[in-house]
Design a protein around this ligand. Structure first.
Ligand code: HEC
Ligand code: HEC
Ligand code: HEC
Ligand code: HEC
Ligand code: HEC
Length: 401
């Protein structure tokens, strides 16, 4: 009897001694440990939204609201915004690696993705795109998954209460680019010639880690083209805009419903006096149980409206208005702006406005009014290809509410 107790106590002690050893076996290395050998990837990543995914003020404010509405939300939010917490359970973000958000040692130890679940752990070798990569610094393994959109889908596609919140992956899958096999990485991780590691041999393609998107003006600037034409019948003017989303492998805007594209149209006379103005908003609108539009997507119960631009879509928008008698010339202006508006703290609003494409047109209107409205309209007076400025205005302003 007493012998059993002693054995039991010894076994217990042995287990207690082994447990922390097993747990402490390996931790996710922080990104700084990769810097010496992969300085370019480190510099790119550290400026990307992935590195800011928990420290971004827009996220922080939303996270606070989500936590206040239900403390369980933090496990959910962090599962993507600080994915190492899936294993470390560090939901208080006390470890440095947790604050790094979507960090190197998370992405590069992933071996499988299913829906929103990832298989990964700190003991895995570094998974990457090469099958001939060797170093003494760490074990390496070729991973086809890392070269494919399915890897990104684990976070860039999700629903809450059955309401699709982010559908970037399925939008891509249905797009011409998706059908042709152009992956997310091909557009968002532009390659260049260079060395993968300091003193490493030169490869034709290394993958840059900027992940440009809606937060990046230049990247957005090429996404749209606008053509316009103006017709006049009597004092009635009709401006037809043809807006095309080109070369983007998903809807614009994609991702969270807080992103909007706004078309502003106005017409002025020779003296610059306004004759007409109008605007249209393209967005996915989600609503709560009271049918009110919400940005806090965890409260959404339905998608009320979705008029975003599909990949490759050309859309016609027509503006019709009357000009005062005797008007012989009008200037029309149409501009598309990408808006990302979010609360950062309860009293402040962060706005990112990027002009995407614009077209302006001076039209000499025929002086003589047309007597027969049934006759075909005067015809194409002016046709214009959009001027897509190389770098458009990015206004980032903070305004007091
Ligand atoms: C002491 C230097 C060193 C350190 C530290 C280091 N690496 Fe590497 N790594 C290399 C070298 C060298 C290669 C091989 C380069 C090649 O194949 O051209 C490599 C290759 C890789 C690959 C490609 C693997 C493949 O098979 O495609 C990945 C991914 C990678 N490292 C990630 C990391 C990450 C993440 C860290 C930090 C946690 C890190 N490395 C730390 C030197 C290092
Ligand atoms: C572990 C989850 C996760 C994975 C995996 C992931 N992302 Fe992200 N991604 C995010 C989150 C979260 C953000 C937003 C961070 C923020 O703004 O707070 C983001 C932001 C982005 C942005 C920036 C959007 C903008 O508006 O500027 C792009 C582009 C992007 N990801 C592309 C990719 C691509 C391509 C892949 C696959 C190679 C990928 N992501 C893999 C979670 C992930
Ligand atoms: C969001 C996930 C993600 C994060 C975070 C990430 N990577 Fe990568 N990385 C990738 C993917 C995906 C590829 C392969 C792209 C392809 O082949 O299409 C890659 C490729 C690489 C490669 C091999 C090719 C090259 O361009 O050098 C290295 C090395 C690498 N990453 C290192 C790092 C380091 C170091 C960090 C952190 C500073 C990091 N990665 C952060 C997803 C990530
Ligand atoms: C053919 C190129 C291309 C492909 C393929 C592509 N993207 Fe994009 N992506 C863009 C461009 C251009 C933008 C900026 C325009 C915009 O706002 O949609 C963008 C924007 C984004 C944004 C910011 C949201 C937004 O609309 O502002 C995210 C997030 C993103 N992409 C993720 C992905 C993911 C994940 C995949 C793969 C499932 C992917 N992209 C495939 C070109 C591409
Ligand atoms: C399944 C993965 C996933 C989960 C879970 C998730 N997010 Fe995100 N989140 C993303 C991705 C991917 C992006 C960036 C691209 C986009 O707009 O879709 C993002 C972007 C954001 C942004 C916009 C940041 C910016 O700078 O524009 C906010 C705010 C945000 N998430 C808050 C939250 C909150 C709060 C929770 C928890 C209630 C949460 N997220 C849960 C994947 C996720």
């Amino acid at each position: 009897m007493s012998v059993k107790v002693v054995y039991g106590a010894i076994l217990c002690l042995v287990f207690m001694w082994m447990m922390p050893l097993a747990l402490a076996e390996k931790e996710f290395p922080i990104s700084l440990t990769c810097t010496n050998c992969h300085p370019d990837r480190y510099n790119e990543w550290s400026r990307s939204m992935h590195a800011l995914s928990v420290s971004d003020p827009i996220f922080e404010a939303a996270y606070l609201r989500a936590y206040q509405s239900d403390p369980q939300n933090r496990i959910f939010c962090l599962s993507c915004h600080s994915p190492t917490t899936r294993i470390t359970n560090d939901f208080n973000l006390s470890k440095s690696v947790s604050i790094e958000g979507i960090t190197c040692s998370f992405c590069h130890t992933v071996t499988a993705v299913e829906d929103n679940n990832f298989t990964f752990n700190p003991n895995n070798p570094m998974e990457g795109p090469y099958n001939d990569s060797k170093t003494n610094a760490h074990a390496s393994n070729y991973s086809q998954l890392h070269t494919r959109s399915e890897f990104c889908a684990g976070c860039h596609q999700f629903s809450i209460n059955g309401v699709p919140i982010s559908e970037t992956y399925s939008e891509w899958k249905a797009s011409p680019e998706g059908t042709e096999g152009e992956q997310c990485q091909d557009c968002h991780m532009e390659t260049k010639r260079g060395a993968v590691a300091t003193n490493g041999s030169i490869r034709d393609k290394v993958y840059q880690h900027f992940w440009y998107g809606g937060h990046t003006g230049q990247f957005l600037a090429n996404a749209f083209q606008i053509n316009s034409s103006t017709q006049r019948t009597g004092n009635r003017v009709k401006v037809t805009l043809n807006i095309t989303n080109k070369g983007v492998g998903h809807m614009i805007p994609s991702g969270l419903p807080s992103r909007k594209v706004v078309l502003v149209f106005n017409a002025t006379d020779k003296q610059g006096r306004e004759i007409f103005s109008d605007q249209k908003v393209y967005a996915k609108t989600i609503v709560d149980q009271y049918n009110n539009e919400v940005y806090d997507f965890w409260n959404a119960v339905a998608v009320a409206k979705d008029n975003r631009f599909k990949p490759g879509e050309s859309r016609i928008e027509v503006f019709e208005f009357d000009v005062p008698n005797g008007t012989d010339e009008i200037d029309t202006q149409a501009s598309l702006t990408y808006q990302l508006e979010a609360q950062i703290i309860t009293t402040e609003t962060e706005m990112v406005n990027v002009e995407l494409a614009s077209v302006s047109n001076r039209t000499i209107l025929n002086a003589a009014p047309q007597p027969t409205p049934k006759a075909p309209a005067i015809g194409l007076i002016g046709s214009f290809i959009a001027i897509i400025a190389a770098i458009l205005v990015i206004g980032r302003k903070k305004s007091q509410r």
